[in-house]
Design a binder for this molecule. Structure first.
Ligand SMILES: [Zn+2]
Length: 108
């Protein structure tokens, strides 16, 4: 995933069973909404009244793994949205992971 997925489109279907490992039983029994991100990733959300059980986003295909996976640490940083979009565009153009774009910029 090179961005935070967002539901661009959704389709409602009859409830088709639990969609998450941690179940919200109150959300069961009505509809299952299939949400689709602009990138093609999908998730299912069981909805019953005000109750929601959200499944994981599933990528259409996994992106490239970061080159610097070995000997690295995972950190969480806040970046301006425009910069994240720029990093993702660059990653998509060069066929690398967002992490690699950041590492390469820092090492310049
Ligand atoms: Zn997406």
């Amino acid at each position: 995933m090179t961005h935070r997925h967002r539901a661009e489109k959704s389709t409602d279907r009859p409830f088709a069973g639990p969609v998450a490992r941690r179940q919200t039983v109150a959300a069961h029994g009505n509809i299952t909404r299939i949400e689709v991100c602009a990138c093609g990733a999908q998730r299912s959300v069981a909805i019953n009244g005000v109750h929601r059980e959200r499944g994981e986003w599933l990528d259409p295909q996994p992106g490239p793994a970061p080159k610097y996976a070995g000997g690295s640490r995972v950190v969480s940083v806040r970046l301006p949205r425009g910069l994240v979009d720029e990093l993702d565009d660059e990653a998509a153009r060069s066929g690398t992971a967002r992490s690699d774009v950041i590492v390469e910029r820092l090492q310049r």
